[in-house]
Design a protein around this ligand. Sequence first.
Ligand SMILES: [Zn+2]
Length: 512
Amino acid sequence: MAKLKTIKIFDTTLRDGEQSPGASMNIEEKLRIAKQLQKLKVDVIEAGFPIASEGDFEAVKRIAQTIKGPEIAGLCRASTKDIDRGWEALQYAGEKGRIHTFIATSDIHMKYKLQMQPAAVLAAAVKAVKHARSYTPNVEFSCEDAVRTDLKFLAEVVAAVIDAGANTVNIPDTVGYTIPFEYFNIIKYLKDNVVNIDKAIISVHCHNDLGLSVANSIAAVQAGAEQVECTINGIGERAGNCSLEEFVMTLKTRHDILPFKTNVETTQLTPASRLLTTVTGIVVQPNKAIVGANAFAHEAGIHQHGMLMEKSTYEIMTPESVGLKTSVLVLGKHSGRHAFKKRLEELGYDLNEEQLNKAFERFKTLADLKKEVFDEDLDAIVTDEVLRTEEKFKLSHITVTCGSFAVATATVQMEIDGTSVRTAELGDGPVDATLKAIKKLTKAKAELQQYMVGSITGGTDAQGEVTVRLAEGDRTVIGRGSSTDIIEASAKAYINALNRLHYKQEQLRDSL
Ligand SMILES: [Zn+2]
């Protein structure tokens, strides 16, 4: 078989993905995701948009300081100020730091958004790349809305930025508009008509508005693109981005006709997908390719019969290859502090003494109730007890009485900015009473749009997990909480969402 060409995986879960409606992550959560991306062996992690806010800057800086292996990219508009701020955060990654700068090149964007003439856009792009090059040789340039850009002008910009020193040139389908045949031709045109194209690699970045982002990315690779930008679970602006797991598994499964491979450790795909869901609260639909709950389930009798005879009758890839196994028991009631710490380290958590004590205490309580504790439980514990501790609103205690004859009553004690407060409320059922009490204490004005209950693992003693969606003005957030008690999980999810709303407001205040 011919040698397979390696395609670079540029993960933008922490930048484009975080722009998904409802998804916002704090710094600790971003760092946890980054550690999983490191395990997944992606080539580049786009960690954020450093000038967008203090929080984004800090996250990019921490990731640049901590993550070893992948390159770390930060997004910057084509302006000196953006690039200076970007490098301030990225410098800690040393030669692995990548400045990713961009400007729109389509007529519609130049005319209405930028209000700039094409010549001025070209000059700004070249100036930005040269400035970025004064910091690092690792510079990526993106022609925003490339798909709707005049092809001749696109080729002119690409040639100019390569001359200026960009070593990766991204041709994004920003609005999710193209189809595979057209996109193939755009990439092919650049390969054939830009004289210095061999001095840079072509990257693609596809949005999923028509459900074609993975197909388009594959067409681009066939035309000569060597880097694909994607996200875990395909999250991202609007309909999302090219899904990392779908793209990677397509190359792996069809290398008979696609002579390409990636460096991704595919057995880490399912853990990455689950972790992102735990952290953001954004669940994937059951029929989602690769990581959906039904992706490897065989329901029809005739299929089951075939599977028993020979797996490959209906299975084009194995569940093991994407890291899907029935949850393995990792820890139990008698597991000690050492085993607990070791497992957390294997999952990528590096906790200090105090954090470890807190998490261990919760683990012991859980292990008493639940007997078997799985990786998913540990992620939920650490997310609840450690990653979210610096927050404004915290739940201290909750007591609920309810039943067929009683009016549900909830007494909730919370800490708000470090001050202890308490109240009781009646409600239409225990969840209603609880949320009313929290609303009263926090003076929240947000509207509850969605409330969902699920379980982290199987069994009636499983931890329940509650996901809520809150909206205030034009902002929506998703909150998530877990506990073996679903009333407590509901309270935690609601408080988590309020903290995210608060964090978003703070970010908006200090953004430029
Ligand atoms: Zn995008």
